[in-house]
Design a protein around this ligand. Structure first.
Ligand SMILES: [Zn+2]
Length: 664
């Protein structure tokens, strides 16, 4: 599976050769090549270095056909900016970077996702030819070259690689939705992500006119996304959540009869007309070629419309049929409009029948608030989706890139992202719609790792990725950073995979202090109803728990040696959490429904104190971690929710300790 770096090297091939007036060719040692490739993200699949040319930056020319597509022109612009050139064709050029789009060249057109595929080839020692299977391929070739150029640029000189690369992505659509991603389009594009989706306004005004709108910064996905090769896709929000849209004020007859508030009567053809009109309006905005309609998310045990027409059919099936009818209608005037449909926990049971309703060209995003938003070490893609893929359907998935959606905490874990993306690539998914909340600043490494392994799963191991990430961040000891990732990451993954501590917020299984008091704490590895893993669902054995505690200690030590504050604080959060879980496990052994035996009281007292002290440590480290993040906005206080949960957990356990005669 793991192929590692393909690094070819002709050592001693080039001796200092003077090229033209300024460029000098030089050989590369193997460590030199390894160092250089660590600046690349994602890692291209086949790379061979044949040397490098040192050139004055202002003597590198960038050329493209005069009638080049906008993305190729953008590639020229970015290369020019990267080199600090005033013009693409400097007066005195000793090296040329030539861009072109030629799908027939060297079989690029036969590669997977050929429009994004590219090759880079030296042409002698004074030119590099960048060939894209489509404009996006040429753009991505330029991204790779920019990363190589930026690695060694100083004092007006650049080192240009004489490199041969053939590259293409594993997964067709790679991107995110929501959070702050619309402010990070260039960041995403630099990592070859090509997709961004945002919740939009789809409404009906007082004159019964339909309108669509992307508010505030979200509009950037349309205004800037296509410039950076990112498909902007507006969302029609979950169809039971349109109450604020003016829909029911304009058409009260569309309100579902005896159903949950917000549900729509799908037997009334008026809704098809309205949805079709929204789709048409989106298609008419520049760069928008597809819309994603999110199916109803959660009826909380209630029903959809109970009118005579609607009760004859399954609610989710009827909803899918309505969406397809609206899309079909919109396509009468906008034949090239694409449609995506996002599932939900409400549709989960009916998903195979929902899929059967969708024409093959409709793209499906798999989402479920419990099944795709979690950090469990458990496969995510159900067999019915694998079947749909094998039948030739386009299926993507919407997973979290952070630890826990809604309770924001540090989670730097390349192992987790590698595991998830590995499943998606192996099962031949076509898209990633990641959710990096609260934002890219808080999920930097994981978000970049998602870009890495949706493009090239077989390239880097989690450790190699961690080393390369450290190089790109400029950390002084990349190997030690990788050691830290290997110590901290798996522990953090066990913690969040057990939905710790945020599972405490749910009604089930209930507050941990209550479960402890009543003797209802489960065994290690136990997951209530296969969905609620707190407190130790992803920790299967005592050995694993003990190893996690000692690895967390090692992570704190390593982070202090690295000396980067955000990782020190992250390690303290994770160490606090795993020590609290360990203390809770010890308490389970001595706290019985009828109390604590006299002989066990000293131990119980010690473990109650350890639990409280450990959570106190995590509570202090959470905001300190957020404060230390280099790229967050100073107004961000996203860890407050986690602090609140932990504070309540501490209070609950202190009170139980006193009740049991084991207080401090
Ligand atoms: Zn109805």
């Amino acid at each position: 599976m793991k192929r590692g770096l393909t690094v070819g090297l002709l050592s001693g091939w080039l001796v200092a050769t003077v090229l033209g007036a300024g460029a000098v060719a030089e050989p590369l040692s193997k460590p030199d090549v390894v160092r250089w490739t660590r600046h690349l993200v994602p890692l291209p699949r086949d790379i061979e270095f044949k040397g490098a040319v040192i050139s004055p930056a202002d003597q590198v020319a960038i050329s493209a056909p005069p009638d080049a597509e906008p993305l190729v022109r953008q590639a020229v612009k970015e290369l020019r900016e990267c080199l600090g050139l005033e013009a693409a064709a400097p007066a005195k050029a000793t090296f040329t970077i030539r861009l072109r789009v030629e799908p027939k060249d060297a079989g690029i057109g036969k590669l997977p996702h050929a429009d994004q595929a590219y090759t880079i080839r030296p042409d002698g020692q004074a030119a590099l030819v960048l060939t894209g299977g489509g404009p996006r391929g040429a753009y991505y070739a330029a991204k790779t070259v920019q990363q190589l150029l930026r690695a060694f640029a100083a004092e007006g000189k650049v080192r240009v690689p004489l490199v041969t690369i053939t590259d293409w992505p594993d997964i067709e659509d790679r991107g995110f939705w929501g959070a702050d991603t619309y402010y990070r389009l260039r960041w995403m594009s630099d990592r070859k992500l090509n997709y961004d989706e945002q919740i939009a306004r789809n409404g009906v005004d007082g004159q019964k006119r339909c309108f669509v709108d992307l508010s505030g910064g979200k509009r950037k996905i349309i205004d800037e996304g296509p410039t950076y090769g990112i498909n902007p896709v507006p969302v029609v929000l979950h169809l039971e959540q349109l109450s604020g849209s003016g829909l029911f004020e304009a058409y009260p007859e569309l309100k579902g009869k005896d159903g949950r508030e917000g549900t729509i009567c799908y037997s009334n053809p008026k809704f098809v007309d309205i949805l079709a009109e929204w789709l048409v309006q989106w298609r008419d905005l520049p760069g928008v070629t597809e819309v994603d309609v999110w199916m109803a998310e959660n009826l909380a045990g209630q029903k959809g419309c109970q009118c005579e027409g609607c009760i004859k059919e399954d609610r989710s099936v009827l909803e899918a049929r309505t969406i397809v009818a609206a899309w079909t209608k919109a396509r009468q005037t906008r034949p090239d409009l694409g449609l995506r449909v996002l599932t939900s926990e409400e549709t989960e049971k009916a998903n195979p029948r929902v899929i059967a309703e969708l024409p093959k060209e409709v793209k499906l995003w798999y989402y479920h608030s419990l099944f795709t938003y979690n950090a469990r070490e458990k496969p995510m893609i159900p067999p019915y989706l694998v079947d749909a893929i094998q039948e030739g359907r386009w299926v993507g998935v919407c997973p979290n890139i952070c630890g826990i959606v809604g309770t924001f905490q540090p989670f730097t874990c390349p192992q987790f992202i590698h595991y998830r993306m590995g499943e998606f690539v192996d099962k031949k998914l076509s898209g990633l719609l990641g959710y990096p909340v609260p934002g890219i600043a808080h999920t930097r490494l994981n978000a970049e790792a998602a870009a890495e392994w949706t493009w090239n799963l077989a390239g880097r191991s989690p450790r190699e990725f961690a080393v390369s990430y450290a190089v790109r961040q400029g950390y002084s000891d990349p190997e030690k950073f990788a050691d830290w990732c290997e110590a901290n990451g798996p522990v953090a993954w066990d913690v969040y995979g057990s939905e710790w501590p945020s599972g405490e917020k749910r009604k089930r299984p209930g507050k941990l202090a209550d479960l402890l008091r009543e003797g209802k704490l489960p065994e290690l590895g136990s997951v209530l109803f296969s969905a609620f893993p707190i407190p130790w669902g992803d920790i299967k054995t005592v050995q694993q728990l003990d190893r996690d505690v000692s690895e967390a200690n090692r992570a704190v030590q390593l982070a202090r040696e690295i000396g980067v504050e955000e990782y020190v604080q992250e390690s303290l959060v994770i160490q606090g959490y795993i020590q609290a879980i360990h203390a809770l496990w010890q308490l389970k052994q001595v706290v019985k429904p009828d109390g604590v035996a006299a002989a066990d009281k000293p131990a119980a007292r010690r473990w109650f104190k350890a639990y409280v002290d450990s959570l106190d440590q995590a509570k202090a480290a959470l905001p300190a971690w957020e404060k230390a993040l280099p790229t967050r906005a100073s107004s961000d206080h996203y860890t407050r929710g986690a602090v609140e949960i932990v504070t309540k957990m501490i209070a609950g356990m202190k009170s139980l300790a006193v009740d049991l005669g084991c207080g401090p």
